[in-house]
Design a protein around this ligand. Structure first.
Ligand code: 3Y8
Ligand code: NAP
Length: 248
């Protein structure tokens, strides 16, 4: 009897949850507990960490999980690594629903770098208006270049004081091309820092940057251990042994 655990927190995970609920498959949706009011799901939902690999392995055993779907974000590397280890330890089938990275298109002005420290180094010395679209967890290193006028975008209002003066946008996305163009034009943004998240929910800022001819410092994805991975909800449903109306 199938009982699936969805490691969620992304738009793709929400689409998958809807299909799994529609198919009547027994499943639990899991959030990491990063935001104050995560979107509701049509499945029983748990919020918060498991307690590392051992915590996740214990959860799999105690909840009699038969399948794990890692539908987290490509930058949620620790969760993905833990899922590989815990599923190996408990001999539980694992699949990753992972969107393809965005690739540079004609007219893109990308500076591709490996991590946040390299992103700070890639910014110019001369003061500029910079849009940091990388959330809240990794902004501290930009205090190394306080000469810039930063605009930050978070899902929730910041609780602690910011490590440097910045304009704040509180919005959870997904974002549209119109709203991204409007924001960049009215704020006179000259540089953008973003992650290569893939998917549709965060793509618009790249399209807006191309239209405005702005440079984008693009943080590449972390390396993840080898695991079975697919890019569509339908492929996950096939793997679970259920075809869906999407493509059945
Ligand atoms: C808690 C669930 C939906 C899902 C929306 C997707 C699209 C919008 C793009 C920008 C970039 C960023 C950030 C982003 C995107 C979607 C999707 C995606 C980027 C929610 C959500 C949770 C989170 C956690 C949050 C992180 C932050 C990252 C903001 C819900 C809305 C910047 C990633 O305050 C914090 O601590 C926030 C932390 C991890 C990265 C960071 O380091 O700050 N996502 N985002 C999940 C959980 O608790 O398990 O609240 O409902 C999900 C979404 N975020 O409903 O359609 O990719 O699927 N999320 C990045 O790409 O760099 C925004 O502003 O342009
Ligand atoms: P992370 O750094 O890979 O994970 C850190 C720890 O958070 C994990 O070890 C785990 O704690 C807990 N955790 C993360 N995701 C979880 C989940 N879905 N269910 C239960 N526990 C979870 O993760 P992150 O980058 O902070 O991302 C957290 C959440 O935000 C994920 O759901 C992810 O899909 C979503 N998200 C992240 C990004 C991003 O840019 N990172 C973007 C959009 C959405 P334990 O070790 O205690 O189990």
């Amino acid at each position: 009897m199938t009982r699936a655990l969805i490691l969620g927190g992304t738009a793709d995970a929400s689409l998958l949850a809807a299909e799994i609920a529609r198919a009547g498959i027994d499943a639990v949706y899991s959030y990491g507990g990063r935001t104050r009011a995560p979107a509701d799901q049509p499945l029983p939902t748990r919020i918060g960490g498991f307690g590392g690999v051992s915590g996740l392995a214990d959860y799999i055993r105690s909840e009699r999980i038969t399948h794990v779907i890692d539908a987290t974000h490509p930058f949620a590397a620790e969760m993905s690594r833990n899922a590989v280890a815990a599923c190996a330890e408990t001999d539980t089938p694992l699949i990753a629903l992972e969107r393809a990275p965005w690739t540079r298109a004609t007219g893109d002005n990308w500076i591709e770098i490996a991590d946040v420290a390299a992103a700070v180094a890639a910014l110019p010395e001369a003061p500029a208006k910079v849009f940091l679209a990388i959330g809240r967890q990794h902004i501290a290193p930009f205090a190394m270049k306080p000469q810039h006028a930063y605009t930050l975008r978070f899902v929730d209002p910041p609780e602690a004081p910011l490590p440097f003066a910045a304009e704040m946008i509180v919005s959870r996305g997904p974002f549209t091309l119109h709203s991204e163009l409007e924001m960049m034009r009215t704020r006179g943004i000259a540089w953008i820092v973003a992650r290569n998240s893939g998917g549709d929910g965060a793509r618009a800022k790249f399209d807006a940057a191309r239209m405005l001819g702005l440079p984008v410092i693009v943080i590449s994805r972390p390396e993840l251990p080898r695991r079975r991975r697919v890019e569509s909800v339908n492929d996950v449903m096939q793997w679970l042994g259920h075809s869906t109306r999407l493509g059945a």
